[in-house]
Design a protein around this ligand. Structure first.
Ligand SMILES: NC(=O)c1ccc[n+]([C@@H]2O[C@H](COP(=O)([O-])OP(=O)(O)OC[C@H]3O[C@@H](n4cnc5c(N)ncnc54)[C@H](OP(=O)(O)O)[C@@H]3O)[C@@H](O)[C@H]2O)c1
Length: 367
């Protein structure tokens, strides 16, 4: 089979699309034909081996898996003898932030892993894009003891984490104020944010209101710059370590005194995430923000684009040109779908070109 491969930690230009053995499923495993996966910031961390702590999970000197990829959506094409929950032909999706080797035509995965059936009305690309950002958003909300209906400020609402957070919070009745990249204010409003601010013209210090939670989804703000927005019971959570790794220290020091607290989660519970997101997708209460589709042949460009830090939502790696197949219309419930703008979907200018290229380049990959 064909896969994105690499031998060492390093920049995207070391990635090669090459032939590797197709995995054989063990008795408790499924063999999945991958239709869509994403290139996300977690993949970038695993690619570069940075921050260094990530190597404790992915291999100290060199990556344990030569094939990257943390999420997937595809079809079951074979099952091991002990598999009970899934059958050949099932549409499935899943996630593991330590790596799944999913940037490949096929992957083998245990039926007890963080996987689930894709709801009928959900496309492969939509399923794949509902994993990574949602997983971190849910973890951060849980760590910050989020309660439905709280007032929340989401900083970096156009990222994978931020765009998932806005939808998940709005779905639970929160009033959400969101800081967005310019040019995407409408996208963020469509996710369910009540107030959308352009981060290039407004900063948290310009605000004069109180929040129960300040959720920095891009790690570009700080507790000191936002604590005036939080009451004594308020919480600050960030997706990054912050200056001199202060977000690792502040959770301890803020607990020693009165006033708002800082939380820093180490994400866990991928099975819970997939189960919960499957329910929300099935009920039409979540639709991921999708930026561009890249064909597998352009994996290097996909990584380079994600590493610019300028993607919105999620970037799809279309393994064989079928990531959008069977993508239905949105049911109309829940937040307004950000990518429901007609047949080409996503928001950035060249998305349609990306899909055409995907079909042309990878339409019938050799197996
Ligand atoms: N802690 C964890 O476990 C964990 C896991 C995964 C990711 N992360 C980290 O979380 C961060 C977010 O990742 P992501 O994939 O969700 O999103 P991302 O790709 O980093 O987000 C990019 C978006 O954020 C916008 N942005 C940049 N600077 C901003 C600012 N100062 N204020 C508001 N928006 C800004 C960008 O807009 P422009 O186009 O205008 O720049 C772009 O639309 C990354 O730093 C990543 O490394 C942490």
């Amino acid at each position: 089979m064909y896969a994105v491969t690499r031998a060492d930690y390093g920049p995207p230009d070391r990635l090669v699309i090459g032939e590797v053995p197709t995995p054989s499923p063990k008795p408790d495993e499924l063999l999945v034909r991958v239709r869509a996966t994403t290139v996300n910031r977690t993949d970038c961390g695993i690619l570069l081996g940075r921050p260094a702590a990530i190597r404790l999970f992915t291999g100290l000197r060199s990556p344990r898996s030569s094939v990257p990829g943390t999420d997937f959506a595809g079809d079951v094409v074979a099952v091991g003898s002990a598999v009970r929950r899934f059958a050949v032909g099932d549409r499935v999706w899943g996630f593991d932030d330590n790596g799944l080797a999913s940037q490949a035509q096929f992957l083998a995965i245990a039926e007890g892993a963080a996987i689930a059936a894709i709801p009928t009305d959900v496309g492969y690309d939509q399923a794949a894009a509902s994993a990574e950002g949602s997983h971190y958003a849910l973890n951060f909300m849980k760590r910050a003891h989020y309660r439905p209906g709280q007032r929340v400020c989401v900083y970096g609402a156009t990222g994978a984490i931020g765009s998932a957070a806005v939808q998940l919070l709005a779905d639970r009745g929160s009033r959400v104020t969101a800081f967005s990249a310019p040019g995407h204010l409408d996208d963020v409003a469509a996710l369910g944010a009540d107030v959308v601010l352009d981060y290039t013209t407004t900063t948290p210090s310009d605000l004069d209101e109180r929040f129960d939670l300040f959720f920095d989804a891009v790690g570009k703000s700080s507790f000191s710059a936002t604590r005036h927005l939080l009451g004594d019971d308020g919480r600050y959570v960030s997706s990054e370590l912050g200056q001199r790794a202060e977000n690792l220290v502040l959770p301890m020091t803020t607990r020693l005194r009165r006033g708002p607290k800082v939380d820093f989660p180490f994400p866990t519970g991928a099975r819970d995430t997939i189960a919960r997101m499957t329910r929300l997708l099935a009920e039409g209460r979540f639709r991921p923000l999708i930026d561009r589709h890249f064909p597998m042949a352009e994996a290097v460009a996909a990584y380079e684009y994600v590493l610019t830090g300028q993607k919105i939502g999620n970037v799809i790696l279309d393994i064989d040109g079928t990531a959008r197949r069977d993508t239905p219309r949105h049911s109309g419930r829940g937040a307004r779908p950000p990518d429901d703008r007609g047949p080409s979907g996503p928001t950035r200018g060249d998305s349609t070109v990306g899909v055409c290229e995907a079909r042309r380049t990878c339409g019938s990959p050799p197996s």
